[in-house]
Write a protein that binds this ligand. Sequence first.
Ligand SMILES: [Zn+2]
Length: 97
Amino acid sequence: MKTTRLDEFKCPWCGYALDAVSNADINENFSPKPGDLSICINCGGWLEFADDMKLIKPSPGNIAALPIDTTESLVNLTENIKKANILKQFNSETSIL
Ligand SMILES: [Zn+2]
């Protein structure tokens, strides 16, 4: 997994500060380019690299054009992030008791 550092930015979905992306591809030499998708590690929101390499909300048209296996992978990643966040909340609540 290769991590690419970015200028800090806020997720357009949740406002979480992010400064890097890691690829889910097995190709170690992969670097993001305009049009590539990413997912916020905090909220699971889908993100797209704009022409200036800033991460924005993807357009509905780009999402609709994704191959079904890519869509399924993104949905699975989003669900895993949301599940992990629910478990974190549960763990923080139970540690107070
Ligand atoms: Zn987010």
